[in-house]
Design a protein. Structure first.
Length: 328
């Protein structure tokens, strides 16, 4: 149980995922590492949606996959329902996988084109030996109805569906084992704007109906504000700010969060004209060679000497509002 009295479902502590850079054709040796996720800590409360935002390549998807043990972490801890996931192997990990699932970004690449919808959604039930035959087909029909698709689609193939329908099939597959935690890895970024709202509404309805907990990874900051109760901002493998959605959008404290939110268009020409747009200098450094001190110091408009020497501590400034910045 957390300090605010809410039950913690997933607890992440000092999580790291470094991909080795090797040299040599026959005798390969490691010459460096890409620090995709570099020591992040946060909690996800039961029944909430935590948003994870940041620009491309900052490590959002790697964080989600490492939490689910699709990538094994280099260091750190991931606890779910009191169980340490990083220690689990084989059958123990497979049993735990029923409790956590993933909805992938690309609805075109994440479904096997050679399998019918019935086989795609029923595959988790078969792998975990939960049901087979007519019982499995009944469960697949039930899942299709749950995500707003016609149960008669069971014998069709992925190429016969639109992007939005394919993503609903992906959602149905994720729900097949009755998980409690789902990582939504940019589930709407590949869809038309008109379809995005439908998929988000579906995810919210399912959350209320089934008591689900989401980690919602996204680029679209206005959509994250709409769907997430708390938001974590990531930059170059580290979380720089974490707060309740209304606090983060109303009063961002980290210079990177301020720059990100200044780029979100406001549908009011008067407000838009008065707003100050923060343009960051330079490019994002390579995760293989991050800067000394604060990761953001090379682009920060308010950086000073200490920022280039010492990494800022990720600390709680106000109840529930965490920031990693020397200026705050």
């Amino acid at each position: 149980m957390s300090s605010n009295g809410r039950e913690i479902l997933v607890q992440v502590r000092n999580l790291k995922k470094h991909f080795p850079i090797t040299s040599g054709i026959i005798l390969q040796r490691q010459v460096g590492a890409i620090k995709a996720v570099d020591g992040i800590s946060f909690d996800i409360y039961k029944g909430e949606t935590l948003g994870l935002v940041g620009e491309s390549g900052c490590g959002k998807s790697t964080t989600g996959r490492t939490m689910l043990q699709l990538y094994r972490p280099t260091a750190g801890s991931v606890m779910m329902e009191g169980q340490e996931l990083t220690d689990l192997k084989g059958e123990d990990l497979r049993r735990m996988r029923r409790r956590m699932q993933m909805i992938f970004q690309d609805p075109y690449a994440s479904l096997n084109p050679r399998m019918s919808v019935g086989r795609i959604i029923g595959e988790p039930l078969q792998v975990h030996k939960i049901s087979s035959g007519e019982e499995q087909r009944q469960r697949v029909r039930e899942l299709l109805r749950l995500v707003g698709l016609n149960e008669y689609f069971i014998n069709r193939y992925p190429h016969e569906f639109s992007g939005g329908q394919r993503q609903r099939i992906g959602v149905a597959r994720a729900l097949a084992l009755n998980p409690s935690f789902i990582v939504c890895d940019e589930p709407i970024s590949a869809l038309d704007v008109s379809i995005q709202a439908q998929v988000v509404n579906l995810l919210q309805d399912l959350q209320q109906e089934l008591g689900l907990t989401y980690l919602f990874i996204a680029h679209d900051l206005s959509m994250v504000q709409h769907i997430c109760s708390r938001v974590a901002v990531m930059y170059l493998g580290k979380i720089v700010e974490l707060a309740a959605s209304e606090v983060l959008y109303g009063e961002p404290l980290h210079p990177y969060t301020q720059a990100l939110l200044s780029a979100v268009p406001v549908p009011d020409p008067v407000v838009e004209e008065r707003r100050h747009r923060i343009l960051l200098k330079g490019d994002v450094p390579s995760p293989a060679n991050p800067p000394e001190g604060c990761n953001f110091c090379t682009r920060c408009p308010v950086a000073f000497k200490l920022c280039n020497i010492e990494e800022p501590e990720f600390r709680e400034i106000q109840p529930g509002h965490w920031v990693a910045c020397h200026r705050v």
